[in-house]
Design a protein around this ligand. Structure first.
Ligand code: FEO
Ligand code: CA
Ligand code: CA
Length: 658
């Protein structure tokens, strides 16, 4: 979810729910920049010289020794940074819109008509704010498969005509007619689409395919794992605590080796109302730790469905904030919320099969001062029989990360019986309130953990920390070894190396790959490799992908003309060799949009990306349904901007970026 100015949805992501407990702050200067960062980074030599005279001399020497230019692993010609109404891709590539919000998904769905939207039409059409994308080959093919897409949230004021006239975005959303609230509920969730390349090489959605499916805020979903059936998951409508209607705010995700889609519920607090009921509840602290209800803005869903009123249904919010597993190959399968992976504001579910066969899922909790988690399955994956893995995610150990000085860290198990977790009554309680359990273990409070992905070739893990402007010099919210920059407006990327290349190990090493932002401004403290051009740097990393050749690609959320002079987009990033921390701009979003969901086909000839919330107001500018900042991708009077999935291919064929 992006930086929203009004309504301030992003304010909660950028406002802590974690009170913290005070950290020992050592030598700030030493922590601020590691020696390795200085040696390879683009910190102004003068700034280095002032803080680290000896290192500055080494830096100058290493610069002088730099020999012939080293070739980039990415062959494309870099795009110019900037921001306008359109999308742009590097020269020699095609970027074609595959499907837009409102396009037909189910057989018989009506065509998109912005003036005649309802729950009934939206339930059959592509949802709003496409985020994570996964591709599942059919018959092993890279030109025919199933595409799964998350629909994270809604921007009512630019979706529906008439509701925002003369109103702020908060007022427009708060006052919208109930029929449109019900339509917006159907715009959430996810889509499964059968897709293939036609004779002209262009991708298309197979019209009326039996695979095509919508999952929404009202789809029945099973609750499984240790918290299933727990009293805190029981409601009047579900006295067994095992079935919930819908999934909400599905941000990033993952795909499993056994062919399922992991889709992750993030900012679920925005859908629950009734602050008086929360204040009066004995569980007030538990609600507040999750930001329920949000302070400044909530979707008005409780007006049409009382389960979103905490007073009417105190346990409903405990049934959201999970990782959902869906089998896209079985259109009638019931999605499953896997409680063993914990309840928090999940960003994604990057994963790997460990060398001993256990399955490991890395997870970020996307809010400032929140944590990084991993789940290690108890059983080993069955590579011969996909169905044998159907409950693999129900048993295992959830860990939270503590990052220590000296580039070391430890995974702390969130397990009932641990002496520091004696306040919890059961493993289910620990999982439902995973944030509180992680607090008790002394996990490291991070600068908004977003996507985390594993490079299966090197075993290294990359975690995006998008930003944290509230990080301070000292005190409870002060810098720590792995979040070293106060007022971190532009984020950073960390690299985690598991001990012994064992993703189940509790020990790990860490390093900062890059601190983001404009490297030409010394005060920003960015550490892109000096080979990075003026177009090549970025701020606010959010999603990422690692391609079949082990190369890292970064999608951003939060750049803008005012902040960085550039729209969000997709950048390539070198992670090894002399060019480590060099990035290049490959794709640029239209104004107001963030970049999500980069996902490659196995042959690397297609890269699917999500353009989310084009035309959303940014930099304090107005952008409304009547007068949007862009009408991408249709550019037709009367049609609003539409979030869309874009298929990027190389003109004439070939691997992306090779
Ligand atoms: Fe939904 Fe973390 O962005
Ligand atoms: Ca985001
Ligand atoms: Ca995201």
């Amino acid at each position: 979810m992006t930086d929203l100015i009004d309504p301030p949805i992003d304010i909660a992501e950028n406002t802590p729910s974690n009170p913290g407990r005070g950290l020992t702050i050592g030598d700030l200067i030493e922590r601020r920049y590691s020696r390795r960062e200085i040696m390879r980074g683009s910190l102004a030599v003068a700034a280095v010289a002032a803080a680290f005279p000896n290192l500055a001399a080494d830096f100058a020497a290493s610069e002088a020794q730099a020999g012939t230019p080293v070739a980039s692993s990415f062959s494309f010609t870099e795009l110019a940074a900037g921001s306008d109404e359109r999308h742009h891709v590097a020269n020699g590539y095609d970027a074609d819109v595959l499907i837009r919000w409102g396009d037909k998904v189910l057989a018989g769905a009506p065509s998109f008509d912005p003036a005649a939207q309802s729950a009934a039409t939206q339930a059959q059409q592509f949802g709003y704010n496409n985020d994570f994308i996964g591709y599942f080959p059919l018959d092993g093919r890279s030109d025919h498969g199933l595409l799964v897409v998350n629909h994270e949230y809604t921007n009512e004021d630019i979706m529906y005509p008439g509701i925002a006239t003369g109103k702020t975005r908060i007022e427009a959303t708060r006052d919208m007619p109930t029929a449109l609230i019900e339509a917006a509920m159907q715009a959430h969730g996810g889509s499964v689409l059968e897709v293939k390349r036609g004779g002209d090489g262009k991708w298309l959605v197979v019209d009326g395919s039996n695979y095509n499916r919508r999952i929404t805020a009202t789809t029945p979903i099973r609750l499984s794992g240790p918290a299933s059936g727990h009293p805190r998951l029981k409601t009047k409508a579900d006295p067994h605590g095992t079935m919930v209607l819908g999934m909400l705010n599905n941000c990033a995700g993952g795909v499993t080796p056994w062919g399922t889609w992991l889709t992750c519920e993030e900012n679920i607090n925005y859908y629950f109302a009734n602050s008086d009921a929360v204040k009066a509840s004995p569980d007030a602290e538990k609600y507040e730790r999750f930001g329920i209800p949000p302070k400044d803005f909530a979707y008005p869903w409780s007006k049409v469905d009382t389960r979103f009123d905490v007073g009417a249904e105190p346990n409903e919010s405990n049934r959201f904030g999970w990782v959902v597993e869906i089998d896209p190959m079985k259109p009638d399968s019931v999605p499953v919320k896997r409680t063993a992976l914990g309840r928090f504001k999940h960003e994604g579910a990057g994963n790997t099969v460990n060398k001993d066969g256990r399955f490991v899922v890395y997870q970020g909790d996307d809010q400032i001062f929140e944590y990084i988690y991993k789940f290690v399955s108890e059983a080993k994956i069955d590579t011969a029989n996909h169905d044998a893995n159907k409950d693999l995610l129900d048993r295992g150990t959830l860990y939270v990360a503590r990052f220590d000085d000296g580039g070391r860290g430890e995974w702390l198990p969130l397990v009932f019986g641990h002496e520091k977790l004696s306040a919890f009554a059961s493993q289910a309680d620990i999982l439902i309130d995973a944030r509180l359990a992680a607090d008790a273990l002394g996990a490291t409070r991070m600068d908004r953990p977003e996507d985390i992905e594993v490079n299966s070739q090197t075993g290294k893990v990359y975690a995006m920390l998008t930003k944290n402007a509230k990080r301070e010099e000292t005190g409870v919210n002060g810098v720590n070894p792995v979040n070293p920059r106060p007022k971190n407006k532009f984020g950073h990327i960390i690299e985690i190396t598991p001990d012994g290349s064992d993703h189940a190990a509790t020990g790990f090493a860490w390093d900062i790959l890059v601190r983001c932002g404009d490297p030409s401004i010394a005060a920003v403290g960015a550490t892109f490799n000096p080979a990075t051009t003026a177009d090549g740097w970025f701020g606010t990393p959010d999603n990422c992908a690692i391609d079949a050749e082990g190369r890292l690609w970064i999608a951003t959320d939060g750049n803008s003309p005012k902040d960085t002079g550039r729209a969000d987009g997709l950048w390539s990033m070198e992670t090894a060799g002399p060019l480590r921390a060099t990035s290049k701009l490959f794709f640029r979003c239209p104004v107001g949009a963030e970049m999500c969901g980069p996902f490659f086909t196995p042959d690397m000839e297609t890269l699917f990306v999500s353009v989310q919330h084009p035309g959303e107001p940014e930099d304090g500018q107005k952008s409304t349904y009547d007068s949007p900042s862009t009408r991408w991708p249709d550019f037709q009077d009367g049609l609003p901007p539409r979030p869309s999935v874009v298929a990027i291919t190389r003109t004439g064929g070939g691997k992306i970026g090779a």
